[in-house]
Design a protein around this ligand. Structure first.
Ligand code: SF4
Length: 123
């Protein structure tokens, strides 16, 4: 049986609110080329009560899989746009994605503040 990316049996049993990508036809063409399509090792999502050292090791292993994935960019952007709250997507952990999203928000705010309308309002 084929699993969708990130849909390990282990994760499905331990992370009840986890969202997974929709089927290929709904998530986009990148989904079908995902290297993690068969995540038998359960690398991409944490089991419950995972010790920190085990989590770090598992995440590094997942990132190594992502590094050879042809759809890394599409997957990462999907996870950022959704946003996906759990798991390793596009080579980034959930915490790393929060950092990227925070940087994007700050950059967007800074860009908005530099628009002529905003500059004249401030001046
Ligand atoms: S980049 Fe990583 S998480 Fe995304 S589809 Fe590829 S292997 Fe899976």
């Amino acid at each position: 049986m084929l699993h969708t990316p990130h849909q390990s049996l282990q994760a499905a049993a331990t992370v009840p609110v986890q969202r997974t990508p929709e089927r290929d036809d709904q998530a986009g063409p990148w989904h079908g080329d995902a290297v993690c399509r068969r995540d038998e090792a359960g690398l991409f999502f944490a089991p419950s009560k995972e010790p920190t050292a085990a989590r770090l090791s598992r995440e590094q292993a997942a990132k190594r899989v992502c590094a050879r994935c042809p759809v890394l960019v599409e997957c990462r952007e999907h996870a950022l746009v959704m946003p996906e709250p759990y798991g390793v997507w596009g080579g980034l952990t959930a915490a790393e994605r929060r950092v990227v999203l925070s940087r994007r928000r700050r950059a967007k705010t800074a860009a908005a503040a530099e628009t002529p309308a905003e500059v004249s309002r401030i001046a």
